[in-house]
Design a protein around this ligand. Structure first.
Ligand code: GLU
Length: 499
């Protein structure tokens, strides 16, 4: 059988998930490679829903699948929601088509109604076990099968039992002996086709040229090859994507080992472009040192040659790093909008919010890995002091021993003169047109040098933020303005006086 070459045909790939729950990284990564390949070659990418295993179907999955792909930026050219020339794109709506090909196989003498009951099959199975040979349906082909009326399973009658060799675009040349072949079910007794049958018919009817799928299908490939032959059709090219391993790098990632819904990453405030970049690198690389890719750069760089055979590790630290890199690439307005979307309504309603948010955005951006970190910052009280005078106890001002190891606890007497001078120095800046962190530092530095930098910066930081840790206090002054900063120092002085 001749395999189609890329030059001969328009490339058509598909992603064919079963609606059995949320989409985890593995599924989306398979979709990503299939999409990138089609996009790079100006081909067609199809979304097809494989819902023939009715018992495993989870309501709402189709919507979740579509939302997950869309979030990350994978758009399909044909699919259940938008239709296309080969629709419908949901297998349960294509039953007529499977019946048509089933009939073709019956007419060719390549399919038979399976007459056995479960108990009868159990007897065959036990016997094979006793005789220490594998149980094969093809050893039990009925000599006179009943006419298929749709109530029995329809089984493929494997025409030639032989070895197969085939080429996988990722794995290279593969082969399997005749033991890999058996008569498999084409259509179940519930009227729905099996995956083994349906995907072959759909790929044929939809003109799919390249199948990207997980390695669990390699062992069934000889069966598929036999069916392609039985139908007298060419098979698409196979590209087996590598498995995704957990962070230890040993075990295949399963839902139980923390494989979570791709939409959880969305909720945590990862950027879709970063997520795409991250997934791309699980089992693929561009063959050079580059690591940060925009979606279009990735598509441009993508080739099947860059897909590795070995499993790729899921390393969320890498995702964090990439997310920060992608945040750096975002326009400031977009970063601002994202940050604001993770700030509470309460904070957003404060008078100072609109006044100060622009100067605070760079500070927040510096500190976060993903946007959900903004709400965590707010929850830990690390955001409010930018907008309102902080609530804190005098102990914070005095309790400097953590920062000033080996030194005495600060006293009111130590601090009062520091605050007084800080006020004076800040007030002297009041008339300046530009108040930048640098100009503030310039004004305060000689004093800090003389009195002890640790002490002065501590006093300034705690009085402005009410926290032991905060952004650079000079930056804080520039964000809050001289007047507000001096007012906060006054409050600190009042706290010190109320002993
Ligand atoms: N429905 C199959 C799955 O969800 C798809 C395999 C394929 O892409 O052919 O695993």
């Amino acid at each position: 059988m001749k395999e189609r070459t890329e030059a001969q045909k328009k490339i058509v790939t598909r992603f064919a998930p079963s609606p059995t729950g949320f989409m985890h990284v593995g599924g989306v990564r398979t979709a990503l490679f299939a999409w990138a390949f089609a996009k790079k070659h100006n081909g067609t990418f199809i979304l097809r829903i494989e819902d023939t295993d009715r018992a495993r179907e989870v309501p709402g999955s189709i919507e979740q699948i579509m939302e997950s792909l869309k979030w990350i930026g994978i758009e399909w050219n044909e699919g259940p929601d938008i239709g296309g020339p080969h629709g419908p794109y949901i297998q349960s709506q294509r039953l007529e088509s499977y019946k048509k090909y089933a009939q073709i196989l019956i007419d060719k003498g390549l399919a038979y109604a399976d007459p056995y009951t479960k108990d009868e099959i159990e007897v065959f199975r036990k016997k094979a076990e006793e005789e220490k040979r594998p149980f094969l349906y093809r050893d039990h082909r009925p000599t006179n099968p009943p006419v298929w009326d749709g109530t029995q399973p329809l089984r493929y009658k494997t025409p030639v039992i032989k070895s197969y060799e085939w080429h996988d675009l990722v794995r290279g040349d593969l082969k399997a002996g005749p033991e890999a072949l058996d008569d498999f079910i084409l259509i179940k007794s519930d009227g729905y086709p099996t995956y083994n049958f349906a995907h072959i018919i759909d790929d044929l009817e939809m003109g799919v040229t390249h199948i990207f799928r997980a390695d669990e299908f390699i062992s069934s490939t000889p069966k598929f090859l036999s069916l392609y032959e039985g139908l007298g059709i060419e098979h698409p090219q196979f590209a087996t994507v590598p498995p995704i391993l957990g962070s230890e790098g040993t075990k295949k990632l399963g839902k139980r080992d923390g494989a979570k819904s791709i939409l959880d990453y969305k909720d945590e405030g990862y950027l879709p472009d970063a997520m795409m970049n991250f997934l791309a690198f699980i089992g693929w690389n561009p063959g050079d040192e580059r690591e940060v890719f925009s979606p279009s750069e990735f598509v441009e760089a993508f080739s099947i040659d860059g897909i590795q055979k070995a499993g790729g590790q899921l390393n969320e630290d890498k995702l964090d790093w990439l997310n920060k890199e992608h945040i750096k690439m975002l326009p400031t307005e977009d970063v601002k909008e994202k940050i604001i979307s993770y700030i509470s309504e309460h904070t957003k309603k404060l008078d100072t919010f609109n006044l100060r948010i622009d100067s605070i955005v760079p500070l927040i951006k510096e500190r976060i890995v993903k946007f959900k970190d903004v709400s965590d910052m707010e929850e830990q009280g690390e955001l409010q002091y930018f907008f309102t005078s902080p609530e804190y106890s005098k102990d914070i001002l005095l309790c400097a021993e953590k920062q000033r190891k080996g030194k005495e606890h600060l006293t009111v007497k130590d601090l009062k003169p520091i605050f007084e001078t800080l006020k004076e120095l800040l007030n002297s800046l009041k008339e300046d047109a530009v108040i930048s962190p640098e100009s503030i530092k310039e004004a305060l530095w000689p004093f800090a040098d003389a009195e002890g930098r640790g002490l002065v910066l501590w006093a300034l930081r705690t009085s402005l933020s009410g926290k032991e840790r905060s952004p650079d206090p000079f930056v804080l002054v520039s964000v809050l303005g001289i007047q507000e900063s001096v007012q906060r120092i006054d409050i600190a002085l009042q706290k010190l006086s109320h002993e």
